[in-house]
Every structure is written in C-alpha cells, then in structure tokens.
Write a protein that binds this ligand. Structure first.
Ligand code: ZN
Length: 248
C-alpha cells in the first residue's frame, strides 16, 4: 500500500500479492500521477475508487484512466459539477470501464478483500460527507481510508455499527488531510489504528491541524506524513505484521 506523495490531496495505490491493483483517489495533478504510474510500474488498474469528486482527489484519476484502463470504477454516486469530473467520466467511458455506485460491495483483488463503505443515508449532497470508505483485509492485516469524511459521516457510520469501521487496523489514512473536522475520538475508539498517514502538501489550508496531531498523539497512533516523508509504503503480511518505508 502506497500513500503517494501528490502534495495537497489523496492518492493511495494498493497492489495485492497476485499483482491486482487498486487506486483510491488520484491527487490534484495529472502530470504528477503520470510520473507516479511510471515510477511504480502501473499499467493496469483493476479497481479505481473516487472517494468523492473534489479536484484534489480525482484530477490524477484522469491520467490513471487514460494510462491504466480501469476495469471497475466505484464512486459515491454524486456527479461532480466540474470540467475535471467530466474529463474523468469521458476517459473512463473511452476505456469501457464499468461504473458502480458504492453499495457496501466486496471486491476481491486476489487475496486482498476490499470492503466498500457506502456513504450513509441522509448526508445530502455534500461531497466530503459522502466520501466512500475503503476497508482492506489481507489475512490479519487491515487498513481503512475514508476520503474527506467529516464528523456527521463518521458519526452516522458508527450509528449503523458498520463492521468495517471496527478495528484494530494497522494502517489508516488521516481523514481530510488532518483537518479539524475529520478524525475525532469516538471514531478512533472504533477504528483503533496503529499508524496514521496524513496525505498533505506543504503549507496548504493549515493541514494538518494541531487538533488532529494532538488527537493522534493522545491515542498513541504513529504518524506518517507525505509532505515530510514523500510516498509512504506499507508492506503488509497475512499474519498482520508490516514494514514501513518512506521515500525521504
Ligand atoms: Zn481532500
């Protein structure tokens, strides 16, 4: 699992032992995504997830759609209103990619199980609170990422008592680049992450916030940051152990 250094934005690349590939979001730059696909030798994406349609999450997906012919595309079902969104849809249509609205489906990437967490009902049309969640299971190794979910969405998932939100997980993505309206104590009590990776660019929107960093410290969660460490890679084993390497 690689938390790709895309500056301010999110992009997580997952490769299963069998070589199946998932890309969750793509950052905000097509040229950066092109470099990253080359660096990591990605010529095929089996599963592409757009957590939500904000440009710091979907712009790089356009390049991934053009270069890596995604088989399946899962999103929150709320069409974006931007030219960027239209370009992404056009690139996926040109590939003949299958579109699915997130519906708590399970997608197997070889021996890695991907549980999709559909946004809860009642979130209106706010993109952040309609972020799609992704929970991975590979034997005893688990990971969770939920885009830019704000407190209303995580609270609603907790109220639904979703098993995918129940930890512990070894690998976790900081919600909303470490914003103050993302991770909260009740959610972390359920998820129980061992590590958290903050996908963030230098000096952007004040992310990550002191509040988020304090929350992780208080919960004893080890923090990695793409702005300081570049791409952060977790190599998980089925026994639950894992190795972390950082680019810087
Ligand atoms: Zn974002």
């Amino acid at each position: 699992m690689r938390f790709l250094d895309v500056g301010q934005g999110d992009a997580v690349l997952v490769r299963s032992p069998e070589g199946k590939t998932m890309l969750v979001d793509g950052g905000r730059s097509t040229t950066r995504m092109k470099e990253l696909l080359q660096t990591y030798g990605v010529s095929k994406v089996d599963l592409m997830v757009a957590t939500h349609a904000d440009s710091d999450h979907i712009t790089g997906l356009i390049t991934a759609a053009q270069e890596a012919n995604p088989t399946l595309f899962v999103n929150n079902g709320l069409a974006g209103t931007t030219k960027t969104w239209e370009r992404l849809v056009a690139a996926l249509r040109a590939d003949g990619t299958t579109f699915q609205k997130a519906s708590n489906q399970i997608v197997n990437l070889g021996s890695v199980r991907v549980h999709v967490l559909a946004p809860p009902a009642g979130m209106g049309d706010d993109q952040n609170d309609n972020s799609v969640g992704v929970r991975l299971e590979f034997g005893r190794f688990g990971a969770l990422m939920t885009g830019d979910s704000e407190t209303p969405e995580t609270r609603a998932w907790l109220a639904e008592d979703r098993p995918e939100a129940r930890g512990p997980v070894q690998v976790y993505k900081s919600i909303h680049h470490g914003a103050a309206n993302g991770d909260n104590q009740a959610w972390l009590d359920a998820v129980k992450p061992e590590t958290v990776t903050i996908s963030v660019g230098p000096n952007n929107y004040g992310h990550p916030t002191r509040a988020a960093l304090d929350l992780y410290a208080k919960n004893g969660v080890k923090v990695y940051r793409t702005d300081e460490q570049g791409t952060v890679t977790f190599t998980g084993s089925a026994d639950g152990s894992y190795k972390v390497t950082t680019e810087k």
